[in-house]
Design a protein around this ligand. Sequence first.
Ligand code: COI
Length: 361
Amino acid sequence: MGYKISIEKTKKSRIGNVDFNNLPFGRNFSDHMFIADYYEEDWHDCRILPFQNYSTHPALSSLHYGQAIFEGMKAERDADGNPIVFRPAKNFNRFNISADRMAMAQFPEELYMNAMDKLLTLDRDWIPTAPKSSLYIRPHMFATEEFIGIKPAENFRFVMFTSPVGAYYNRPVKVFIHDQYIRAFPGGVGYAKCAGNYGATMLPVREVQKMGYDQILWLDGVHKRYLQEIGTMNIFIIIDGVIITPGLDLGTILDGITRDSIIQLAEDEGYVVQERDISIEEVINAYYENKLEDMFGTGTAAVLSHIGEFHYKGENYELPPVEEREASNKLMKRLTDIKSGKAEDLYGWLHTVPVGIYSNQ
Ligand code: COI
């Protein structure tokens, strides 16, 4: 079924207020946003509006019970100035996987892509061109039942807006490996991009940030032994030339799109890549045997960010200088070149939005 999107353009762009050479992450918002509402078992009122606040009922069920999910994608511009988006179909799939886990309505792919294309066409001047910057696209969905009591909602709102961003991390990341707090268990929601997964980490993250670390590298909930993910990123380590990352089989970590891309690119470059359990003992033993060559995170926001240092049970372990990390630097360059349209897109990862197709709307 075709969904029609109405468009109300902003009367006055705010683009002149933004310093595109100095973009913090997630603080500036482009001129337009897309909204659709789900009721009576279908999506209605699909509309693009000037970016604005909306009001909420005090009993809005997502605010009380957490039926809320989101995604992140990034757009850059190709050599002709057309917006290009990295692997939006895979993001879309993950969005509906998260929706399924949270008992929320499925969102139609055609509407997702159409809303994104129209937003990027309208706000294409918001796509930054400075190195390491891009237009972050944030789709999200939340339950809009006005109700007190626990039951899966039947009404939802889907919103998509964009934000010109610079780098998420500007220096190697310091992670704290926690042996007390746990992020996810098998059978839980670790693989879903649901708001509660992030909310539950705020207290532990605040505690480690007070100690000078940036983030937590989570261990598994059953043994408190196996690396999981960083919350903002999936984790990779390189021991003795082998690239290792935790597998997805337990459903406790996010199925990262950057993770998947890095695995593919690493295999293309001839590296041995293993998706398997990595115990903290294995990492520390490799460190003392001088075989721990690299540790880095991957994510849409963070792209590929090196870990500078990790902490476990009272000890800090420093990783080699970033300039010496040949494999991850090569993979980061391959990835960023593909995302920006500079390198050949061998796998059809880029979605191009032809500028002008919606120019009369
Ligand atoms: C992303 O990488 O897109 C995320 O949603 C994670 C968050 C650090 C912004």
